[in-house]
Design a protein around this ligand. Structure first.
Ligand code: EPZ
Length: 417
């Protein structure tokens, strides 16, 4: 899988229906939440992607038992065997840092390797650690590991210095078993945070304020098992929605929560995309003359950084100059150089990509470095004339379930080589 390459022969129209899988970024913290209880937690609608398999393996190393059956996972951690998240695990997905809070809260000790994951710039976890220290944890760095200890975490008032999705999730989970009440302010508002709170409440956690930026958690002595269906993946849905906007395509995206895609829908609408939202599905028909836009990535409900690269590919076809400003991460333009190798005309000025369209794209051998850049390059290959080969496409399989198959079903000429 690591050396997998993808070959795409572009220029073929996409048509038909695509079903959206469960949200990777909800499933990851929710798997970590298994550590908060000794009981069985059962998940439905889990996306079978590499990052999920890695998180499941991490749970096994800690001492959890369970199984993955299709898109269902059940897991239980009756007792902690070893409160360790190895470097092997952490270097693949940054989400492994989500085990720190739950392990510390359940077991009073955690040894977690510094997170790896996408090379999209500074990926600090100082807010996670500050919050846990404020809750009474003693945290030291030992080589590539974080060692955290605390007999029993205690409730605190904590203001996040800036919005952090996994930071919010880590502290909510830690506070669920802490002594007393925790008030977290300036929390991330992503739907995946809300879905995690939904699971924790089913497990017996006492949490209020979800969907707002102030979340109150009254710690419990223990949590119990639960069953939970994971929300649809808004980033996967947004990726296919963008794919449908290229001229000549007409696709039906099913199993979507349109309310989670408002910022993207507004931007595509302003570009002149032809979309029809009905219930849990969105129909989109590509347009030849799309208008350019100016977009800035922001924390939810603003335009998501995880769709920035994919939108940039579409903007190579807009009639004019677009500007995409990346305000969440400081190095998330790796897709630009590769898109330019396909014939795009994009320049990066500080934190902004300036995209001159329309540009005729032609196939080439390109490489990807991170999950969402790989999706952007697939969209580029689908648009480019001739063959595009994408190297290091393991990244794609980290976060998109069966993307080559889903695109083949829509008529794309794409295969793993
Ligand atoms: C989550 O990452 C997502 N991952 C990312 O998706 C997503 O891009 C990101 O949120 C922003 O929406 C998961 O949910 C597993 P952050 P996370 O903490 O939590 C800085 C994907 O493609 N920061 O919200 O790691 C940080 O450096 C992935 O699915 C600190 O300075 O992101 C970044 O610049 C990629 N100190 C910004 O905040 C901290 O303690 C946002 O980071 C934490 C974060």
């Amino acid at each position: 899988m690591q050396q997998a390459r993808i070959s795409i022969r572009g220029g073929r129209p996409l048509s038909g229906t695509v079903s959206i899988s469960g949200a990777k970024n909800a499933a990851l913290p929710e798997l970590a939440a298994v550590c908060l209880s000794a009981d069985l937690v059962e998940f439905q609608n889990v996306p079978l992607v590499e990052d999920i398999k890695v998180m499941f393996a991490a749970l096994g190393e800690i001492g959890a038992r369970g199984e993955i059956r299709g898109n269902s996972i059940n897991a239980a951690l009756p007792a902690v065997k070893e409160a360790l998240v190895s470097h092997e695990i952490a270097k693949t997905t940054r989400a492994s840092v989500l085990l720190l809070g739950p392990l510390l809260a359940r077991h009073g000790f955690a040894k977690v390797s510094f997170p790896g994951g996408c090379p999209i710039g500074e990926r600090k976890i100082n807010f996670h650690l500050q919050g846990l220290e404020a809750m009474g944890a003693e945290i030291v760095a030992q080589g590539e590991y974080i060692i955290a200890k605390c007999k029993r975490l205690r409730g605190i008032e904590y203001l996040f210095p800036a919005k952090t999705v996994t930071g919010t999730e880590n502290l909510i989970m830690a506070a669920s078993l802490a002594q007393g009440t925790t008030v977290l302010r300036n929390c991330a508002l992503e739907p995946e945070v809300t879905d995690l709170v939904g699971l924790l409440r089913k497990m017996g956690a006492d949490i209020s304020g979800q969907d707002t930026d102030t979340i109150i958690i009254r710690g419990q002595a223990t949590l119990h098992g639960a069953a939970h269906r994971i929300i649809p993946d808004r980033i996967e849905a947004g990726t296919y929605l963008i794919a449908g906007c290229f001229a000549g395509n007409e696709i039906d995206i099913q199993g979507v929560m349109p309310g989670h895609l408002r910022s993207l829908l507004a931007i595509l609408d302003s570009m002149g995309a032809a979309m029809t939202v009905s219930g849990q599905s969105i129909r989109v028909k590509g347009q030849a003359a799309l208008a350019p836009v100016e977009v800035t990535t922001e924390p939810y409900p603003g335009f998501p950084t995880d769709l920035q690269a994919q939108l940039t590919t579409l903007l190579t076809q807009a009639q004019g100059v677009s500007r995409v400003r990346e305000r969440i991460f400081n190095d998330r333009f790796h897709h630009v150089g590769e898109l330019n190798r396909l014939g795009a005309a994009i320049e990066v000025e500080h934190d902004t990509a300036v995209i001159r369209g329309p540009a005729r794209l032609r196939g080439a051998v390109i490489k990807t470095t991170d999950l969402r850049a790989s999706a952007a390059l697939v969209l580029g290959g689908l648009q480019a004339a001739g063959e595009t080969v994408i190297e290091n496409s393991y990244q794609l399989f980290r976060g998109y379930e069966s993307m080559p198959q889903k695109l083949q079903n829509l008529g794309a000429d794409i295969k793993i080589i």
